[in-house]
Design a protein around this ligand. Structure first.
Ligand code: GAF
Length: 412
């Protein structure tokens, strides 16, 4: 479903849920990271692109209950007025994927809720409140096509979608960098995930037919054109998510900080392979390997941006394979299912139309991304699906995406 079709679908869902057509419709994309993995929190370079899968919100002011009501006592009138007052201040979000709706009372300080999915929008509403921006009461219908928990940033898409809705409703647009940072803070403080800045940045700043080279230290961005129709990116979802992921993410961050400290640097961004080698004896073997991944991956990312600019697809593919090996062996965030998909892609090889392949996102499950020849997509998809089934007994979900635009107001 393309974005106009998706938006029409969400408008219809809104009508079913609340009656009437929505006054605002906004969307924010998920992302796939082409290269530069586990680098954003090390202040290095990452190279993601927005994908054609989105969190979409349709919204309007609360209807106030619809049909004319009859009251039989003063108490009933008082209750109705109080309910109306609460509606005026409540962001009521229904999700097509969740049975329970989220109610965020914007007249009070916003805190976390046991309703986990609601903490992403909650954190964003709190971030805007801290800047004195309050959307007031809204009926919201949320529908997302970003696969959940698959390393394609469904949570960043939800955060950025909420932020875009608040901007549209209040007419107060904040600076894009500030917007991405506000959404990252929501994830830290309301979802308890110490993520880097990459996912929120690309969801805000993605551009059609471009990758985004992001310097995570200066926060400067550079668009890298990728409009050659003869190549494309194929995403394969392992459909597994190993639970150890979140604890291991924080552990990797801590190990990188430890390595930087031993090297006497603020972050691994400034570290060189030679300086790391010199200090090998001063650090734990695991910490050494984590740092080796980061130093190598920053270099590979810069090289990949160059190679893509030059349409050097074989070189880009090699860098992707090297990235995967490093994530598997040194950073240890891959898993058997991701490795299986990369091995199958490698066995299809250049003669079968695959330039390169790697795991993408945080790891421990989720997706791989492959750079492929466009005219071989159907054959590669079949081979990947069959090979994965044979190796693991599981079904992969395989789909392509062109680089998409970042968050957008569709209506309102
Ligand atoms: C997750 C995080 F949210 C990102 O910030 C990034 O660190 C990524 O894992 C790994 O590159 O998506």
């Amino acid at each position: 479903m393309n974005l106009p079709e998706l938006s029409a679908h969400v408008a219809r869902e809104f009508e079913k849920a609340f009656g009437g057509s929505p006054r605002w419709i906004v969307a924010a994309p998920g992302r796939v990271n082409v290269i530069g993995e586990h680098i954003d929190y090390n202040d290095g370079f990452v190279l993601p692109m927005a994908i054609e899968y989105y969190a979409v919100m349709a919204a309007d002011r609360p209807s106030g209950g619809g049909a004319t009501q009859q009251f039989h006592s003063t108490a009933e009138v008082v209750r109705a007025v109080l309910r109306l007052k609460l509606n005026e201040a409540t962001l009521h979000i229904r999700s097509t994927a969740e049975s329970e709706a989220a109610d965020i009372d914007t007249s009070k300080p916003i805190t976390t809720s046991p309703l986990k999915w609601s903490n992403y929008p909650r954190g964003v509403v709190a971030g805007f409140a801290a800047r004195g921006i309050n959307p007031g009461g809204l009926d919201v219908l949320l529908h997302s096509t970003v696969p959940l928990g698959s390393g394609l940033s469904s949570s960043a898409a939800l955060e950025v979608c909420t932020a875009t809705l608040i901007e549209a409703v209040t007419g107060k647009k904040i600076d894009p960098v500030e917007k991405a940072v506000l959404c990252q803070k929501a994830e830290h403080e309301f979802a308890g995930v110490p993520c880097g800045i990459m996912d929120q940045f690309i969801s805000v700043m993605g551009r059609e037919n471009h990758l985004l080279l992001l310097d995570c230290r200066s926060r400067k961005t550079e668009l890298v054109p990728m409009r050659d129709p003869s190549v494309g990116l194929l995403i394969a979802n392992t459909n597994v998510k190993h639970e150890l992921g979140s604890g291991q993410y924080a552990r990797r961050r801590a190990q990188c900080e430890a390595a930087a400290k031993i090297l006497g640097l603020p972050s691994l961004r400034d570290a060189s392979a030679a300086a790391l080698e010199k200090n090998k004896g001063n650090m734990d073997g695991e910490v050494f390997r984590r740092a080796r991944h980061v130093i190598g991956e920053i270099d590979r990312t810069v090289q990949a941006a160059e190679a893509i600019r030059a349409s050097n697809w074989p070189k880009t593919g090699e860098l992707m394979y090297a990235s995967h090996r490093s994530l598997r062996d040194d950073y240890e965030v891959s898993c058997a299912e991701l490795d299986a998909l990369v091995e199958i892609a490698e066995s299809i090889g250049l003669s079968g139309g695959v330039y390169g392949c790697r795991m993408t996102g945080g790891g421990f499950g989720g997706c791989t991304v492959a750079l492929v020849k466009s005219d071989s997509v159907a054959a590669i998809t079949n081979k990947l699906a069959a090979g994965y089934k044979e190796k693991t007994g599981l079904d992969a979900t395989i789909f392509g995406s062109r680089p998409a635009a970042g968050a957008t107001v569709i209506k309102g």
